[in-house]
Design a protein around this ligand. Structure first.
Ligand SMILES: [Zn+2]
Length: 273
């Protein structure tokens, strides 16, 4: 009996010592070093919002996968000519046709930021933004459940690591508000395509962030809902006829129009899932 208690106490102590990931978000924003980290992406030709990260093997399946970093630039810095353009009559586009999630994986966020957004707000807002996309497809579970971490997370620019990570950092590219990295199979027969990983970084060094659409800040819900559209497999739109869509490629300070999915966003995610 005593041996059993000692074992249980030891396991509990081990859990306390190692468990930096938990379902309950921390109540304070810590980890300044996390916020001061810089994400450096490979050089893209002439400021393209879509950067190829090359190929690598997915550690979970062993399959050869490709990576892309999709940068959300502030209005005037976006260069639409280099992004995939949907047909003018359709306000949605895919990273690649039929490239979608075929397995449900969890995600983890380190909500520490230098702009005073509360950790529990970040966690609950991200969860709610994911639910918007899932509710648009009759509640299909696409991106799984989230948890929070206090340890360092690293966006995977060279190869996937099997973890879908979200955090705040400096994105080196000028004017980059946020970056979503996706790994998956984007070529070959459409039936064989799929997404296998997503990571997301919000720039809290070059931009201030708001939970309430303040005029001189980036609204977190607005940007996150857009970025999560990339996580499920949607591409940016640059046709001005699609400016009401969440997946419209331009964003600005104080903007909140992307918080709610528009008809094109809903049609696109339904076409994919
Ligand atoms: Zn985007």
């Amino acid at each position: 009996m005593i041996k059993k208690i000692i074992t249980l106490v030891a396991i509990f102590a081990l859990l306390l010592a190692t468990n930096s990931v938990g379902a309950t978000p921390p109540s304070t924003s810590l980890g300044a070093s996390q916020a001061q980290r810089t994400l450096v992406l490979p050089e893209a030709a002439d400021h393209s919002p879509v950067i190829s990260l090359g190929t690598a093997h997915d550690p979970q399946s062993g399959q050869l996968v490709e990576g892309y970093a999709i940068i959300h630039y502030k209005g005037e810095q976006a260069k639409p000519d280099h992004a995939g353009k949907p047909a003018a009559s359709v306000c949605y586009g895919f990273l690649a046709k039929d490239a979608k999630w075929k397995a449900v994986e969890p995600w983890v966020v380190n909500p520490a930021n230098s702009r005073g957004l509360a950790s529990d707000f970040i966690f609950s807002n991200l969860s709610g933004d994911i639910a918007k996309w899932e509710n648009a497809v009759q509640g299909i579970n696409i991106l799984g459940n989230g948890s929070t971490a206090t340890g360092t997370l690293i966006a995977d620019t060279a190869s996937p690591d099997g973890q879908n990570e979200v955090y705040f950092a400096d994105v080196a590219n000028d004017g980059a508000i946020a970056v979503t990295i996706v790994w998956g199979i984007f070529g070959g027969p459409p039936a064989g395509r799929q997404l296998v990983e997503w990571d997301q970084i919000y720039d809290d060094v070059d931009f201030d962030w708001s939970a309430s659409g303040e005029a001189d800040k980036m609204d977190f819900e607005n940007i996150a809902t857009h970025e999560l559209g990339h996580s499920v497999g949607l591409a940016d739109l640059y046709n001005s006829a699609c400016s009401a869509e969440t997946m419209y490629g331009y964003a600005g300070l104080g903007e909140t129009i992307k918080r709610d999915l528009n008809t094109g966003d809903i049609a696109g995610v339904n076409k994919l899932y």
